[in-house]
Design a protein around this ligand. Structure first.
Ligand SMILES: [Zn+2]
Length: 462
């Protein structure tokens, strides 16, 4: 007796990231609707199921979709690369990024989110946690529904910065924005997309806003995320204001809990590390930003100690002016390598650990580990098929080593999100790519012109 299914995804290697981290040779994943119904040997699944469509084959490596735990899907994708790579942190944020963010229109933010989603999907990321849509969440969600990615989004929320004018918020306005997005966009597209409690963080929120956001996150069960301590500015600001470092203060006012994912956490002292571990927070480690914005993560970062202390660390790619790509496989490569060199210790972040961080660890940071992050029956069908008939994949002798150290998003062939095929043979199924890229080019030129910021490219271009 054979059961019918929608799709059988077949691979020479199926990397499950299940509890025992099984890798199945000549394996397969059976999909019905939006769910994985079985994972096992290809021969066994072919005997058990009749599939409407079979995808993949011996030359493919099948993995769970990656989870990007921190990415700016608006403000940055359409201004990618315009900010020079030799500006100090404060100049970077206040002289360049804020003015560029503030001149986007609603349609440009929608387009920006689509470009970010397409870049993620085509390089094997199926789920993301947003850093905060600048202003136009309705249009951004609409654009994301069309592309077909999974994610948690939210509007840019802060109440202390006096400018830029267009997204300045009083405390009551910031709380109202949060309330509205959580009630209107709690679950969109069958739960694939939804609003979360996302603050900008750093030193941009008053205590009343921190506390109100905490209450809303608990009440709505959304989890909570924000930026903190990429550089010394945040600890210095908290110490000046409260006489306490950020994690000490946030723990004291009740913000930290096991549903909190904090981005960066480079400047963390011993006491803060203990507080974070005790509270059970997750960290979004963004190695590419640290490199480009000179955070010193390899000199002062405590990511190895966080892992040893049991803190869950996921991986993010952050904004496209601080990390000009959103290919999580490239970021995972850096996670595996940076601390090996920094500590002169090859035991740091083995490939298997880095790959866990990019999959099940990211899912846990978003509290979605029961839904995504591995290939197991009962989970949502978020699946990536890598083509190994490429130079960087051959010879294929150790699949996890190859995934982290050799391959990148260029080898991604087919991608499923929620059981739907969104990338097929390296091309988007859901959206016209040529049209998208043409519109992105026009928008990027228009936004940078409107900002009045100078073109700082150093080599003569004519
Ligand atoms: Zn960020």
């Amino acid at each position: 007796m054979t059961e019918s299914i929608d799709t059988l995804v077949v691979g020479g290697h199926v990397v499950t990231v299940n509890a025992t981290r099984d890798i199945i040779r000549r394996g397969a994943v059976a999909i019905r609707g939006n769910e994985i119904v079985a994972v096992g040997k290809q021969a066994d699944l072919e005997a058990e199921f009749v599939a409407n469509e079979t995808v993949g084959g011996e030359r493919f490596v099948v993995t769970p979709g990656l989870v990007n735990t921190h990415i700016h899907i608006t403000g940055e994708p359409l201004t990618r690369g315009y900010v020079p790579d030799d500006t100090p942190f404060e100049e970077n944020v206040f002289m360049w990024l804020c003015p560029l963010y503030s001149v986007h229109t609603a349609q440009e933010e929608r387009l920006s989110a689509q470009l970010a989603a397409v870049e993620m999907l085509k390089s094997g990321t199926t789920t993301f946690l947003e850093a905060g849509t600048i202003r136009f969440l309705d249009e951004v969600i609409d654009g994301l529904v069309e592309v077909g990615i999974r994610g948690r989004v939210g509007r840019w929320i802060w109440d202390l910065p006096p400018e830029p004018d267009v997204y300045k918020q009083r405390t009551d306005e910031a709380i109202a924005h949060l309330q509205r997005q959580l009630s209107e966009f709690g679950s969109v597209a069958d739960g694939r997309l939804g609003a979360s409690t996302i603050l900008v963080g750093h030193t941009t929120a008053s205590d009343p806003l921190w506390k109100a956001a905490r209450e809303l996150a608990t009440e709505q069960g959304t989890g909570m995320s924000f930026h903190m301590s990429p550089a010394k500015l945040d600890p210095e600001g908290f110490v000046a204001e409260f006489g306490q470092r950020p994690m000490v203060h946030l723990a004291e006012i009740g913000v930290l809990a096991d549903d909190v994912a904090i981005t960066h956490c480079v400047q963390i002292d011993d006491q803060e590390l203990e507080i974070m571990a005790d509270a059970g927070v997750s960290v979004a480690h963004c190695p590419t930003t640290a490199l480009k914005v000179s955070y010193g993560v390899t000199q002062v970062g405590r990511m190895p100690e966080m892992m040893q202390r049991g803190i869950n660390v996921g991986i993010g790619t952050d904004g496209n002016n601080a990390s000009n790509y959103s290919d999580l496989m490239r970021a995972t490569y850096l996670v595996a390598g940076l601390f090996k060199d920094a500590r002169q210790d090859p035991q740091m972040f083995p490939a298997e650990m880095a790959y866990e961080m990019a999959t099940i660890g990211g899912a846990a940071a978003m509290r979605l580990q029961d839904t995504i992050g591995s290939l197991e029956a009962g989970k949502r069908a978020d699946i990536v098929v890598h083509d190994t008939d490429r130079p960087e994949w051959r010879p294929l002798l150790n699949v996890v080593n190859q995934l982290v150290w050799s391959a990148d998003g260029r080898g991604v062939h087919t991608v499923f999100v929620d059981g739907a095929k969104v990338v097929d043979d390296g091309r988007m199924v859901t959206i016209d790519e040529a049209d998208l890229y043409a519109r992105c080019q026009r928008a990027g030129e228009a936004i940078t012109a409107r900002s009045g910021l100078p073109d700082k490219a150093k080599w003569p271009t004519y």
